[in-house]
Structures are given as structure tokens and as C-alpha cells.
Design a protein. Sequence first.
Length: 124
Amino acid sequence: MFSSHPSPQASCGPNPPIPPHRSSIRAFSLVIFGAGMLVGIFALSAWQGVSPGSTSTAEAQSKKKPRWNFTQAGTVPTEFGELITVNGTSGNYTMVFQDTDKNVRLVDLRGGKVPSRAIVIDRQ
């Protein structure tokens, strides 16, 4: 019923050698690929070297120079400590300060004004 005949596609001996023209085509394509990779790496490094992110000043992404308007919102006492973070959006912000005694102070900035009060959280 079943007989074991070698298939005509199976080879019983070692693989035949690659013809010389195919190995030269393969080597040429590898050289072209490697050269393309090197050109891409150099182009990327040159582009990052002249990008605006590598300069020491921040500028808006527009054709004309930005004009920053500074609004005096109020004064926070220096004994509040270091400004840790600012949270919020659209003109309503909460500033978080922490001093050397690990006291955390929350100061609200609402409508462009700093109120004369703060929430103090004592951490032990």
C-alpha cells in the first residue's frame, strides 16, 4: 500500500555550489545596503546636530520670535521651601512646596493671583 520511494525533490548528496554570478550579486547588494545604512546614520546625526532642540534657549515653533508676557501673580515666602511640582490647567494651578522639615505646602493659583493662604501638610 505505502512504499518508501525517495521524492524527486529531495537531494541525497551535498548542496550544489552557488554559481559565481549569484555570490557576486549577493555581495554587491550587501555593500549597497551597508553604504545606505551608513549614509542614513550620518544624515540623522547631522540633522540632530542642527535641530532646534540642541540649542541652549527655548523658542516657539513659529517664523517670528515669540514675545513672552510675564504676569506678576504674587509672592510665595521662601520658608515654604523648594517648589516640587505644579499641577493644573487653564489658569488654575496648584503649586507644591516642600521644606527641609518635610512640611508640604499647597498653594493655589486661581485667576492669575496667589492667595495669602496655603494648605500645610506635616510629614513625619
